[in-house]
Design a protein around this ligand. Sequence first.
Ligand SMILES: Cc1cc2nc3c(=O)[nH]c(=O)nc-3n(C[C@H](O)[C@H](O)[C@H](O)COP(=O)(O)OP(=O)(O)OC[C@H]3O[C@@H](n4cnc5c(N)ncnc54)[C@H](O)[C@@H]3O)c2cc1C
Length: 380
Amino acid sequence: MDFTLSPKQQALQDEVREFARTVVAPSADERFRNGRWDKDLWLEFGKHKWPGAVIPEKFGGLGGSAMEHAIIVEQIAKVDCSLGASLNLLQQTNMALLKFGTDERRQRYLPLLASGQSYSITGITESASGSKMTDMETTAVQDGNHWVINGQKTEVHIPQHVQICLVFAKTPGGVSAFLVETANPGFSTLYDREIVGLRGIPMSAVGFKDCRVPADDLLGKEGGAYEVFFNSFDLSRIGNAAKCIGIAEGALEAAIAYAKERRVGDNVVTDFQGIRWQLADLVTRIEAARWLTYKAAAEYEATGKSTVSSAKAKLLACTTAMEATTVAFQITGSHGCFADQPFARFMMDAKLSEITGGTAEVLKNTIARDLLGKPRNPTL
Ligand SMILES: Cc1cc2nc3c(=O)[nH]c(=O)nc-3n(C[C@H](O)[C@H](O)[C@H](O)COP(=O)(O)OP(=O)(O)OC[C@H]3O[C@@H](n4cnc5c(N)ncnc54)[C@H](O)[C@@H]3O)c2cc1C
């Protein structure tokens, strides 16, 4: 076993860390407060090909693997979780296109997605269906050489900045996955939603009204959404885990910097053993979560699949992030309670990360099913 990053991965980590510290961090609180996604900043990411971490070089990507994706997301999420989440969400479309898209679609979209000139979102959740995909009411019916989609998706991000979306809909053979251009006259943004965390990637509800998509935009087989789902979500759960590790590290670093200086009587806050033990527990859990994430990434790279390892990594990382942000908040006392500090942002981002991309309960179900030899059951 080799626990070291390769020189190339180390260089990538250093490069992203420095960019995050100098370019991303200074405006992270403002973006969170104003619920703003920064298209220009995204284009800067694109110049480094970070949105295309796993896209092969022949399509304009970085040509990396799940490891490179995890390295990038962790460093960005450490200062701005919303942008870490943006990098991660995009991988669902990247992977779906790479594995199931036609050559023409890959040539058309992947270079734009890798370079930050385009973005894509995923539409699964509806008002009446969340964790259980088969409850969805959005339908797609075949009409000649097209599919016609009708329905609504209530939790999609920044449709105004998006060229395509990965949409799941019920078809006669089950649930199927489609690529839909947002320029399609059948696609519309219905209303914006005021979310309380991950506010730097705002959320809206979108509608599909007799939205006709060419048969080529059915990804995989009709009724084959689960294959698309697992292929894409195993990777995005690795990214989600990396994102949570970033949140935990970012919150603790900011809290420790303050607590080391904050005098209480003859001590500074970090002199107290009760505080030190909490910090020791948390850095241990963060490191464990990182290695679980890297293990899942290695498995994904080797086999194209990492469902259970990804679930374990995300479970440990998201619960650790929640605890780390709570402790960070606590040890900064009233200093942390004000909006000019990042602690509320870190905490809300951690809470929402226990829900998005596989709730903690759904992840435990995945892990337990594997433990008990039960078949996979795709839930978000
Ligand atoms: C920040 C954020 C970003 C998101 N981005 C997107 C997106 O880009 N695209 C998209 O389509 N959706 C998105 N979602 C939606 C997200 O994927 C859903 O929130 C998630 O799938 C859970 O669905 P739900 O919220 O409807 O919860 P429900 O399915 O209604 O579940 C409610 C509660 O019951 C628990 N529960 C459900 N089933 C079980 C079970 N079998 N055993 C035990 N407990 C269970 C859940 O864990 C949860 O705690 C996003 C959500 C958030 C918060």
